[in-house]
Design a protein around this ligand. Structure first.
Ligand SMILES: [Zn+2]
Length: 427
């Protein structure tokens, strides 16, 4: 069995991995039951640590009353690119006393940790990382690579750029043109509130990227189109002892509606680019019943088909139960992030593709089967795809990343900044 050793015992840990391990040690779990914002004060501990580190680099960073931390690296072109990572870790797994470990030169076997094993049989992606230096927790907590890896990438990028540009000046050269970078660290992403109190106007960015994606060589620019149908059934209620030929039981009608939903369009039976219909709530009595159904699809046409299907099933069930009345109301929730991105500035995608090519990375677009902070920002007018950070098995005690994945993500982010710098002639 390969030995996982506490990261501080490993010599010469590269700087970006060292940052991930150090930030991972700070307890920043968010709390969905909290009434405060941020949901936990401890998230500010990491925010303050980052402010101190940025100050050491000569950058002024600010924490606002809600726990958002921002810093600016002034550039030489007019564009302002925001890089966004979140401070909190998921409440789905323990996040206190995180002790990062490193397995140098991973050989593909089971990794023995204090709190359990990392096992390629359960975590097949490990087999794609033989020869990498694995970063894990000790198995009793999550690692928090989601999203301390994103935080580490942003911090390392800033540190690198400052050093590179100082070197160029020292050599009497003009540094490569670069957009202004706005670094933004947000609280409470894991409880779906990461952008709730964000002042977009004050942020003043033209485009943004969240550094919060799983795996490598992936850009998330698509999320579902989302809507919710409320199907209301009105029956005819009478005393069940005298109901013959009179009662129309709304519970039965609602159950027939749920049963009519196609089983091959359920979240339980779909993945990848397939959408679904998800009946998540049923409230029913004999006289009245309500079914709430989530509609999800990446394509507009698929969304139209799902709306039509729900309405048609409602009408069919009503026809099958004379005396009942079935009404279907559909409320739109949000659109595929890609449509917002393309409406505002599709360069966030094309520049990412060109940057990947320059960095020798074959970038893939992977759709996200859920919401992201980037999707909310895109909807509010700040186009914001999500960049990979190398991590795997998020929100679990067996979460891991690798030194090499982090370095790969860093290489991509550098290329991305260079591509945006080439956008305009230096002013
Ligand atoms: Zn995340």
């Amino acid at each position: 069995m390969p030995a996982a050793r506490p990261w501080r015992e490993i010599p010469d840990v590269p700087s970006v991995a060292e940052k991930l391990c150090r930030y991972a040690e700070v307890w920043t779990t968010s709390d969905p039951s909290s009434k405060t914002f941020p949901s936990t004060e401890r998230q500010r501990d990491l925010g303050r640590l980052l402010i101190d580190e940025l100050a050491t680099l000569g950058l002024e960073a600010f924490e606002d009353e809600w726990g958002y931390v921002t810093a600016t690296l002034p550039g030489t072109t007019p564009t302002v690119v925001a890089l966004v990572a979140h401070l909190d870790t998921s409440p789905d797994a323990p996040g206190e006393n995180v002790r990062p470990h490193i397995v140098p030169d991973y050989d593909g076997s089971v990794v023995d940790l204090e709190g359990g094993n990392l096992d390629p049989a359960r975590q097949p992606m490990l087999m794609d990382h033989i020869g990498h230096d694995l970063i894990t927790s000790d198995g009793t907590t999550l690692l928090g690579s989601d999203d301390k890896a994103g935080v580490a990438l942003a911090m390392q990028l800033v540190e690198d750029l400052i050093a590179l540009e100082a070197d160029a000046v020292e050599r009497g050269e003009r540094p490569a043109p670069r957009p202004t970078l706005r670094i933004l660290f947000t609280p409470d992403e894991e409880i779906g509130k990461g952008t709730d109190r964000l002042d977009l106007e004050a942020l003043g960015a033209d485009v943004a990227y969240t550094l919060d994606g799983a795996g490598v060589d992936v850009l998330n620019v698509e999320t579902f189109n989302a809507a919710e149908a409320t199907v209301t059934v009105e029956g005819v209620g009478v005393h069940p002892g005298y109901a013959k030929g009179v009662m129309v039981n709304a519970t039965r009608v609602a159950a027939a509606f749920v049963a009519a939903l196609p089983p091959d369009q359920a979240p339980e039976t779909t993945d990848g680019r397939a959408g679904y219909l998800h009946p998540h709530t049923l409230e029913s009595g004999a006289e009245r019943a309500t079914v709430r159904v989530l509609l999800r699809d990446f394509e507009d046409a698929g969304m139209d088909a799902k709306r039509e299907l729900v309405r048609a099933l409602g009408a069919a069930v009503e026809a099958d139960h004379p005396g009942s009345r079935v009404t279907v109301e559909i409320a739109e929730s949000y659109r595929n992030m890609r449509s917002y991105v393309e409406d505002v500035d599709s360069r966030v995608i094309s520049h990412a593709l060109e940057a990947a090519e320059a960095a020798g990375i074959d970038l893939e677009f992977e759709p996200v089967r859920g919401g992201t902070d980037g999707a909310r920002l895109s909807e509010k007018g700040l186009p914001c795809p999500n960049v990979f950070t190398g991590g795997h098995d998020f929100h679990s005690r067996f979460e891991w990343n690798t030194v090499q994945n982090l370095e790969r993500a860093l290489r991509f982010v550098h290329a991305l900044v260079r591509r945006w710098g080439a956008e305009q002639p230096p002013s």
